[in-house]
Design a protein around this ligand. Structure first.
Ligand SMILES: *Cc1c(COP(=O)(O)O)cnc(C)c1O
Length: 389
């Protein structure tokens, strides 16, 4: 198939669950992607916070190529070095000496694992935030707090309550000794990069401690140095019982993890859960290479620097009402509901972003973004804003 035909053929062969895509991308290098007409774009969405090291990064290419030529897959009847090494690294990052890791492929599956783990407390009720996104499988969707995504698929799991995000009193009212788990995004990504009050996570921690509910930090979008820390909750000083990771963990390869800490690390018994591809040697090799690269190259420090600059310079642009987020997960709140138009104009100008709400532009570029690329983004964004408003 000629590349130019990709978009034409899409609707003939693909389910329409995403709606027709705007571009067909055929290659990428670093933060630059190329479409089927040969046009280049600066990728400031990074596969939605997934391409941690950009496209075709040499350390990922090398790790994957090497692993696929040595041992591409084994069943979970057998151990292999890459999964054990990656789990060891995640355990070290969690700072918890009891931490134990379960690997899967997607964010929803990491959340599903957390749901099943929480059932092993003997409780079944769950609490999540309104507007939160935890995935699309039936269990994860039961926790996702967005009515438009849930309603066509009712009934979902029973015993789930959704409370306003950031409202600690609302949380206190619904969590009790029958609550198996409370799941919270440290920053709500899909909802439009919503940051809770600074003491919110500590408040949730306290409520979970008082009731014995597991506190699950869904770090699928905010994990792996995205916010300038390994995990999006770290600024709060708390430690959750369970951490879910996906997106950037595999840097574009399908890899997710559910890390259970403290006593919750021992809730699963043999036979309780599983996944054929979970902890696959190739994806784990990629994950290890990514974590080591982030550490060796001090990317977390770079992320904090970029954050400071983006916040300072974007806040000054006319038509910008507010800038939210942390590190390289940023929501630009516009004064008017023109986010879709801004997105289209940015795309024409060669920059890819997304618009999670009619007033919000989200950026989540690779952690390897250069100061020059940040500068390019700011100047193109400024130009587009002047023309649309
Ligand atoms: C993307 C996301 C998920 C779902 O991940 P999938 O890989 O699409 O299943 C879950 N939680 C959060 C916070 C996410 O951002």
């Amino acid at each position: 198939m000629k590349d130019g035909r990709v978009l034409d053929n899409w609707s003939q062969v693909m389910q329409n669950n995403y709606g027709p895509p705007s571009l067909a991308l055929v290659s990428g290098k670093g933060l630059v992607v190329v479409d089927s007409d040969g046009k280049k774009y600066l990728d400031f969405l990074g596969g939605i916070a997934t391409n941690a090291l950009g496209h075709a990064h040499p350390v990922i290419v090398k790790a994957v190529t090497k692993q696929v030529s040595v041992l591409g897959h084994v069943s979970n009847f057998y151990a292999h070095p890459k999964a054990v090494a990656l789990a060891g690294k995640l355990k070290e990052m969690s700072g918890d000496s009891d931490a134990r890791v379960f690997f899967a492929q997607s964010g929803a599956e990491a959340v599903e694992a957390a749901i099943k783990l929480s059932r092993r407390t003997g409780r079944s009720r769950m609490v999540a935030a309104q507007g939160a996104f935890h995935g699309r499988t039936m269990g994860a969707l039961s926790l996702t707090g967005q009515p438009s995504k849930r309603e066509p698929f009712l009934p979902l799991l029973k015993g789930v309550k959704h409370v306003p995000y950031g409202d600690i009193e609302a949380m206190r009212r619904v969590v009790n000794k029958k609550t198996a788990m409370v799941i919270i995004e440290p920053i709500m990504g899909e909802a439009g990069v919503i940051v809770p009050p600074p003491d919110y996570l500590a408040g949730v921690r306290e409520i979970c401690d008082a009731t014995g509910a597991l506190m699950v930090a869904d770090c699928v979008q905010t994990g792996i140095a995205r916010t300038g820390d390994w995990f999006g909750y770290e600024y709060s000083g708390i430690r959750p019982d369970v951490i879910t990771l996906a997106k950037a963990l595999g840097g574009g390869l399908p890899l997710s993890a559910m890390i259970a800490c403290g006593a919750s690390a021992y809730l699963f018994a043999p036979g309780d859960h599983g996944s054929t591809f979970g902890g696959n040697p190739i994806t784990c090799a990629a994950g290890l290479a990514i974590l080591n690269y982030i550490e060796k190259n001090n990317l977390m420090i770079a992320v904090k620097k970029h954050e400071k600059r983006l916040f300072q310079e974007i806040a000054l642009i006319p038509g910008v009402n507010e800038i939210r987020g942390a590190g390289l997960l940023i929501g630009i709140e516009l004064t008017n509901p023109i986010a879709q138009k801004v997105l289209v104009d940015l795309r024409s100008a060669g920059v890819l972003v997304n618009a999670p709400t009619p007033t919000t532009i989200r950026i989540a570029p690779a952690l390897t973004v250069s100061p020059a690329q940040i500068g390019t983004f700011i100047s193109i964004f400024k130009k587009v804003m002047t023309h649309v408003s």
